[in-house]
Design a protein around this ligand. Structure first.
Ligand code: BTN
Length: 129
């Protein structure tokens, strides 16, 4: 059983790209995210992400969480939680769930974003990129 390395370049089901570049000993990590889809349908820009990976015990794969700052083009915030898996061939997959919080203009409009949804997405290695 090999340890999961979050470092590297990942692509998810939507075709978004994520690079995790700085993984510290304490589990904190940083990177950048380029989403292929946006709420507005407009162009995205590379956005910084920050997260934390739980320190591994002897057993099981590590879980992690991160947030992405879209603030170069959007007021929204996304929080991801996930887990890293390694298959027998050494291929890593990150399975995630996320919540996307849109910004509204007033408290009266808060109901518009209060619907609860479960959102799933998997990231895979992109060794070819
Ligand atoms: C925005 O459009 O206001 C911010 C970008 C949101 C992109 C979302 S985050 C969850 C999902 N996974 C992706 O890779 N992109 C979308």
């Amino acid at each position: 059983e090999r340890k999961c390395q979050l470092n590297g370049l990942w692509r998810n089901d939507q075709g978004s790209l994520m690079e995790i570049s700085a993984l510290r000993d304490n589990g904190d990590f940083e990177g950048q995210y380029l989403t292929r889809v946006t709420l507005s349908g407009g162009c995205a820009q590379i956005s910084p992400l920050k997260g934390a990976q739980q320190q591994l015990g002897e057993e099981g794969w590590s879980t992690f969480a991160f947030t992405v700052r879209w603030d170069k083009f959007s007021n929204a915030t996304t929080a991801f939680v996930g887990q890293c898996f390694v298959d027998a061939g050494g291929k890593e997959t990150l399975t995630t769930m996320w919540l996307l919080r849109e910004a509204v203009g007033s408290l009266e409009e808060d109901w518009k974003v209060s619907s609860l949804e479960e959102n799933w997405g998997a990231f895979r290695d992109t060794p070819s990129l």
